[in-house]
Design a protein around this ligand. Structure first.
Ligand code: N01
Length: 539
């Protein structure tokens, strides 16, 4: 264990900055604040090593659906020189390996105390410092508090009736144990989001029997996970700067040019051809954003994309009843999904699909899961691929208070707020990586954007002798309104998903993202700087 002895921060605190989390965001923050700005930084991580999301999500089939060349730190040119990958998308072990290698090359681990959970973070107004408490009973102070808690890390485990009676094993994909062998087991999977879909594909050929308990059918397009050889990887390396310039000025930051062609501007035959071309190319974000410019905003375009996918399902899935169950009946307006031959899985002799929307899960018994109709699935293992209390879940579960002892839970009781996806009024010197109302994009470029922005802000504060900085309430309100206005221009609020908190019973429907694209987001951040941080208050 690496416990760092406190070194006085410049402000009289134990440290200049405390960082929570060792994923892409936390680690980059260490590099920026410790190595570039020379601040004293103490970091905490609940896990036993770096990796964040990619430490915990080790379930079979886990893979990023961003193409390999764009799922990394863009600034890490050193790592790029030796970068290698086998396929168009990186698997969990490859990403985890990259993050471990990054931590070693930049000597990141020495700033972390692992196996340590931050249980409270309270702003002490009299001292003008953050007081941070860990589950090991430590209390430390710092001028700045930076949280990289992860967008999708507070696991959602629905409290099904009778769950304690079940004699088999239960796993959540977001906390996957090492060394589990599911071959020859009868496995049930609850959930068919991005995670469930990947897991189902990986487990079907391995397990004795797979029962998929599907509440909402999803639109899943092919991922197109072709091999990539050294020559191809070298092409990316040669074009690296140009690629990242495009990524950072695009909408979804996935490394392709979003379409500028409206659906109705081309003939019906061309429309189908464009869908077919991108279906064959593969990629969930590509299918939603590279086909036409208005799939996410125009109902006709959206319906056409949905119908195209439904026709594919009907073609691929041999049993018409199963095919029908797999066809979504809502808009194509959730986080887009893609996978390798997902629908083919349902042609396998050892896979059964149950629609738990029309026949909900009634209870767990000793031997498995019973539906309301009485239908019983006998199972050895149940996997919860039931997602996360996304975006604000980790914040509202923590004892986090700002000025006047106001907790973030109270402040966000009507849904998370958040200024520029990073800050909150009344919470000085506090920066959230991927906080509420940040960009809805490929995440590493969004993370880099945010870490670079607040590192510059901290540098400016240190150079100008500011004790605190926090957003003005009016500016924060305006940002939240902007996020709501942009969301309302799209079809996304009309589909029920975690993006608006719909997956957690009792969670208020709220806008949690800036859907204006990473390019516009970066412009908005730059304009705050150009305006002399006029939306901020300083002490
Ligand atoms: O979680 P989800 P996820 N009874 O919330 C179902 C990223 N990610 O972990 O749709 C029965 O999307 C729920 O049903 P419904 C990516 O951003 C990326 O899959 O609410 N079912 C749904 O089917 C993604 O969007 C990658 O009706 C219940 C599922 O559980 C995000 O993580 C890979 C239930 C949850 O789906 C989250 O994905 C993996 C209940 N009580 C994840 N409660 C890639 O890059 C929930 N469900 C590829």
């Amino acid at each position: 264990m690496n416990v760092i002895s406190p070194r006085m921060g410049k402000s009289g605190a134990d440290f200049d900055a405390i960082v929570v989390g060792a994923g892409f965001g936390g680690m980059y923050t260490i590099y920026k604040l410790r190595d570039e700005l020379g601040l004293s930084v103490q970091a905490y991580e609940n896990a036993s090593d770096v990796g964040g999301t990619w430490f915990w999500n080790r379930y079979p089939g886990a893979l990023s659906d961003t193409e390999s060349f764009a799922y990394r730190y863009s600034f890490d040119k050193e790592g790029l020189k030796n970068a290698k990958w086998k396929t168009r998308y990186l698997t969990q072990p490859e990403i985890f390996g990259y993050l471990q290698d990054f931590a070693t090359r930049y000597d990141i681990r020495r700033s972390y105390q692992f196996n340590t959970k931050v249980t409270a973070a309270n702003f002490d107004e009299a001292a003008g410092l953050w007081r941070v408490t860990t589950d090991r009973g430590q209390q430390v102070t710092a001028k700045y508090l930076i949280t990289g808690l992860g967008l999708l890390s507070a696991t959602n485990t629905p409290p099904f009736k009778g769950i304690d009676k079940f004699k088999g094993d239960i796993f959540h994909t977001g906390n996957w144990p090492e060394g589990i062998d599911l071959s020859n087991k009868r496995v049930g999977v609850i959930g068919t989001g991005s995670t469930g879909v990947q897991l189902i594909i990986a487990l079907a050929p391995v397990v004795k029997h797979l029962t998929v308990l599907q509440r909402s059918a999803q639109y899943v397009v092919p991922i197109g996970n072709w091999p990539e050889d050294e020559a191809r990887i070298n092409e990316y390396k040669v074009r690296y700067d140009e690629i990242w310039e495009q990524v950072k000025n695009s909408v979804v930051a996935f490394g392709f040019e979003e379409s500028t062609v409206p659906f109705h501007s081309v003939s019906p035959a061309e429309q189908q051809q464009i869908f077919e071309n991108i279906w064959n190319k593969g990629g969930g974000f590509r299918f939603m954003f590279e086909t036409f410019s208005d799939i996410a905003t125009d109902r006709d375009a959206n319906n056409a994309a949905a119908d195209f996918i439904k026709r594919k399902i009907a073609k691929i899935v041999k049993d018409p009843e199963t095919a029908k169950k797999l066809m979504p009946n809502d808009l194509y307006a959730k986080r887009p999904l893609c996978a390798v031959n997902y629908y083919d899985v349902y042609n396998r002799y050892n896979v059964t699909l149950k629609d738990v929307k029309s026949d909900p899960i009634a209870e767990f018994t000793e031997r498995g899961v019973r539906l309301e109709s009485g239908d019983m699935s006998e199972l050895d293992v149940v996997v919860f691929a039931t997602g996360f209390d996304a975006v604000d879940g980790h914040y509202t579960r923590m004892n986090l208070t700002g000025r006047e002892g106001v907790s973030i839970k109270e402040k966000w009781s009507d849904g998370p707020l958040g200024y520029l996806g990073m800050m909150e009024a009344g919470f000085p010197n506090f920066f959230m990586i991927l906080g509420p109302n940040g960009p809805f994009t490929n995440l590493p470029p969004a993370i880099e954007t945010q870490v670079e922005w607040f590192s510059d802000a901290i540098k400016m504060m240190e150079e100008n002798g500011h004790a605190t900085m926090e957003p003005k309430q009016a500016a924060a309100n305006e940002w939240v309104e902007t996020c709501r206005d942009i969301a309302d221009m799209t079809l996304f609020p009309q589909a029920e998903s975690w993006i608006f908190g719909a997956n957690i019973p009792g969670k208020k429907n709220a806008v949690m993202f800036y859907l204006g694209g990473i390019g516009n987001y970066r412009t908005a951040l730059q304009s705050v700087v150009n305006d002399g941080y006029s939306t901020m208050m300083f002490d």
